[in-house]
Design a protein around this ligand. Sequence first.
Ligand code: GLN
Length: 194
Amino acid sequence: MTTVGVLALQGAFIEHVQRLRELGAQAVEVRLPGDLKGLDGLILPGGESTTIGKLATAFGLIEPLRQFSHDRPVWGTCAGMIFLARDIGMDRQPILGVMDIAVNRNAFGRQIDSFETGLAIKGLEGGPFHAVFIRAPVITSAGPEVEVLATLDDGRIVAARQGQTLVTAFHPELTPDPRLHEYFLSTAESARLR
Ligand code: GLN
């Protein structure tokens, strides 16, 4: 069975755990470095990236998470995407810095800081994905090893991957569509079988 961890410090982790279990995977809540042992992949949920960064620092998770991200598939959603980014502009907060993307936090301003839209995602069959954006970030630049998977109509990047690392600016765990979780599970499964 594929075993996937969900960083459970703050934010929307329960929804990811539930979705993984619905899809037949084993889901483990990660709060301490030892919880990473034996995982085939890891999800960093949405929430508040400043809080997640502070708690990860307090629990000694920053280096273990960096190491895990180099070895195994990791998927960051929303705040999790911010946490994985190399560059988050002026903001001073702990990040992992393992993916070659620059990210703009709260990119959509106050009035429309939450919205939903249908997104065509590269590699995902079956039509647009209903994407829920909540005070979401966008990717403002991506390095040469980063593959862009989805953009908004105005061209801003909202999903990408770099090797085994996947990021989405929206919250796929809040809609019933299982395709992105299935996609990540298959990455984690093939990493395990390698
Ligand atoms: N605005 C949040 C942050 O900067 C992210 C929001 C989310 O994860 N839904 O961390």
